[in-house]
Design a protein around this ligand. Structure first.
Ligand SMILES: C[S@@+](CC[C@H](N)C(=O)[O-])C[C@H]1O[C@@H](n2cnc3c(N)ncnc32)[C@H](O)[C@@H]1O
Length: 215
């Protein structure tokens, strides 16, 4: 069953406190989420002083990877629907002493993106948003020339037995994932609005990273 906005927010309000801990369980299943995050940020080809937007930033688990590339002169804008997830992100930012992170509580389908952004990215979030195509279109316009947009997310693995696909969807149900989301293909939107598109699969095709560039 696909969740609506309020249901998604309510779900992540419940998950927020233990989200970072829950994510630490993933590597036990070979789901090397740290590597996927690093690859996603690396694919943006960021430099010192860059402005970066993260869509659906959650508790801010990607921020440290971005900080390593943009340094204190750069800026991260993290946008998320769920206040409780952003509270955890806020504590992370304060704990690390980062003064270059702006956190925004908003629906990314409604949010006005800034202009001349060097990189926009989303990890494990965009497929939850029904208007993902419009979001990618708007984000593509917000990029500066040569700016890049990257999406890392789950997808339906083509070569898995259907029983295993159903099990994977069930295991991810606590995060709002359902088989109904399989028809959402953000990588196709990236191909529509950007160039130099690269697509890479992970975890036997259950995950992907797709990146495109503004010409
Ligand atoms: C699985 S978490 C991923 C968080 C983070 N990106 C990560 O990789 O750990 C999904 C996040 O997407 C956010 N989200 C879902 N729908 C959204 C929307 N329409 N606008 C903004 N954020 C949204 C949720 O609040 C949640 O924090």
């Amino acid at each position: 069953m696909v969740l609506d906005r309020n249901e998604t927010r309510e779900l992540y309000r419940k998950r927020a406190r233990h989200y970072d801990l829950a994510v630490q369980v993933f590597p036990l299943f070979g789901f090397n989420v740290g590597r996927y995050r690093r690859d996603t940020i690396a694919s943006l080809r960021l430099g010192s002083g860059d402005l970066v937007v993260e869509l659906g930033c959650g508790t801010g688990l990607n921020f440290e990877y971005v900080q390593r590339r943009i340094g204190p002169r750069g800026k991260i804008i993290g946008v998320d629907l769920t206040d409780a997830m952003l509270e955890v992100a806020k504590a992370r930012v304060a704990g690390a002493g980062w003064s270059n992170v702006e956190l925004v509580q908003a629906d990314i389908a409604q949010w006005n993106m800034p202009r001349e952004v060097a990189g926009v990215f989303s990890t494990l979030a965009l497929t939850l948003v029904p208007e993902y195509d419009e979001v990618i279109k708007t984000a593509s316009r917000a990029l500066r020339t040569g700016g890049r947009l990257a999406v890392f997310d789950m997808k339906e693995p083509e070569h898995w037995p259907s029983r295993l696909v159903r099990l994977a969807a069930w295991l991810n149900k606590p995060f709002g994932v359902s088989l109904d989301l399989a028809e959402r293909h953000p990588w196709e939107s990236i191909g529509r609005y950007l160039t130099e598109v690269e697509f890479r699969e992970y975890y036997f095709g259950a995950l992907y990273l797709c990146v495109g560039e503004k010409p």
